[in-house]
Design a protein around this ligand. Sequence first.
Ligand code: ADP
Ligand code: ZN
Length: 743
Amino acid sequence: MSDTGGGAKIVEVLLPVAVDQTYSYFAPPGLDLAPGDSVKVPLGARDAYGVVWEAAPAPAAIGNLKSVISRYDRPPLSQRMRDFLDWLARWTLTPRGMALRLATRAAEDAAPDAPRLLYRTTGKQPQRPTQTRARVLKTAEGGMTFAKKALMEAASCSGGVIDALVDEGALETVTAPPAPVAEPLDALFGAPRLEPRQAEAAEALREAVFARGYRPFLLEGVTGSGKTEVYFEAIAAALQNGGQALVMMPEIALTKQFLERFAARFGAPPAEWHSGVTPRRRARIWRAAAEGEVKVVVGARSALFLPFCDLRLIVVDEEHEGAYKQDEVVSYHARDMAVVRARIEQAAIVLASATPSIETRVNAASGRYVRLHLDARAGARPMPALDAIDMRVAGPDKHRWIAPRLAMAVGETVARGEQALLFLNRRGYAPLTLCRHCGHRFRCRNCDAWLVEHRFRRALVCHHCGHMERRPDACPECEAEDSLTACGPGVERLAEEAAMLFPDARTLVLSSDFPGGAERLRREIEEIASGAFDIVIGTQLVAKGHNFPYLTLVGVVDADLGLGSGDPRAAERTFQLLAQVTGRAGRGDKPGRALLQTFQPEHPVIRALLSGDAEAFYAQEIALRERAGLPPFGRLAALIVSAKESALAESHARALARAAQSLPPTPRYRVAALGGLPEENEILVLGPAEAPIALVRGRFRWRLLIKAPRSADLQGFLRDMLAAGPKERGGVRVQVDVDPQSF
Ligand code: ADP
Ligand code: ZN
């Protein structure tokens, strides 16, 4: 027992690990800790990093609590940020420590910036003048200071040359304050002339940002309608107020093109946040966001966890994108969580899309979101003309995937000096490889999936786990030589056909699995935009958000792909994807057109696309969801139970289902009897069944699907069910996915 005089506190510290609870520590009187502070605490035999979640005056008796070791020099996590993380953890059934980890991972080495070393000339001549040395001195002459890297680049010399000049006294170093993380932005720099419709939408957003407070908007407008210009005005409003703004984008949409456009509007680029940013820079942006030095961050979904100190606006661009759903470690939907964050921060939020998700459409229809609509392309550009190619008539011969009519259109486009895009959402050469002789098919040894032939890599690849094996010359089953046949097309095969049809065209194949990663993709996307290619062949990578001014023809090679998957969201997804990809055409000076190769031209999705009548499609889809009690009219959760042995996963899943059935009714939910139709507050537990992909990376997966009306407490039920169910043992893992995107 110790006497705790004035100032001593007990603090509850949350650690960024898979634990929900906080740990209590004693804060010695000299260390005045407040919620949000980053601290070093003893944990077993080691020291750990954590964040103070609560602090209270210490009672007289504090038992044998350990003491906080020290506080880090790091901006505190605000109350709002902590509320947001608590909320996210509750909603996704994630331990709070894991939610904290999302927010602090990037800060790991967020030490204050060190001063920089700059170089300048002294006026002294080097003892041994060489051409290179003279060039360096000439570059730096006149007392200008240079960072080492900048001087190396400007004088095209090595670092050694500069070091030698310092040694000889011809250059000297001076220290300068750390470079700012981002250049200052100017809200009035490149203000555009908006069209009346744009101006009206922009004004509504500006008003909302100025008013402060939670205000959600759907900014809907066909591809090329000028949505970006409109939400830029909302950003300008946030800047004029001295506040911060966050723009979220699917990672791949974050191109140099976008950054340049931003810079043209605000005088400097925004701070970027995505997987390509170095950890050191991330740490700096993290700190700068917390200290208010960075005003605008443009980033992928993880930017949502930056500790902004004065967030006035969140923009979620392409809000319908599946890429916003994160399924690793913590499973959350970044768009939905952005809305929650905006509510907690009392900020405006803009969900922008040409093809909003059904959820967002319903929220707009019910008045929860204000809908702003741009119904024509900016600059009086027409929408592309769409037409179907009925493949039942024009059926491809065995190894042709480009119908004659599409081939002709591509030929004409290229001849006019314009660009054509052939779109096929399938990586690799062929989705299936089989032996003509014995029918043997290549299956992944870890997963329940066929191997996909990738001819460029001369390999068979599993698209689920990445397993790769050499494509053999003979069938491993019957040993027949030359009997292996590729079935169906992938982009690589399409490229082969295009090369045959258009041998002189400059053709580029774009696929996410090619070596070179994000950097190469960015470069290639810029090249397409600059008109360096005649024909572009690509997967959905090229469909999203880009502006290709020379592109006037889009050929969708298999418009039906994805419609037959049995997933209730299949129609919505296909509609969105095809509207996006056909919308790439005609964004420059010349009008565009798109041809859809389809075996089912009267399918509602294809019809909606051809007629341009999105309203009819949405109305039908929304009615269907409502009847079936599917999101957003009802709620869903999936429990994936996995283990090295299928029987183990299955029995665990069955035990969970039994546990659910045994839960007594509560005022917040009741579990529906098996076989019955759910009533008010009734939760339906479906399954277990083998998951759609029953084997992934050597783990067998069984799935329970939970369907609940909006009135029921789904999270409460899930918690109770997991508590009542068996312990996870024998390598069994249970993964909770609230609001699953595919089911
Ligand atoms: P969206 O985001 O809706 O797809 P963008 O904002 O990218 O549309 O605009 C599409 C094209 O129209 C861009 O090239 C943009 O520069 C141009 N644009 C947008 N607003 C205007 C305007 N008011 N006047 C002329 N061109 C515009
Ligand atoms: Zn696999």
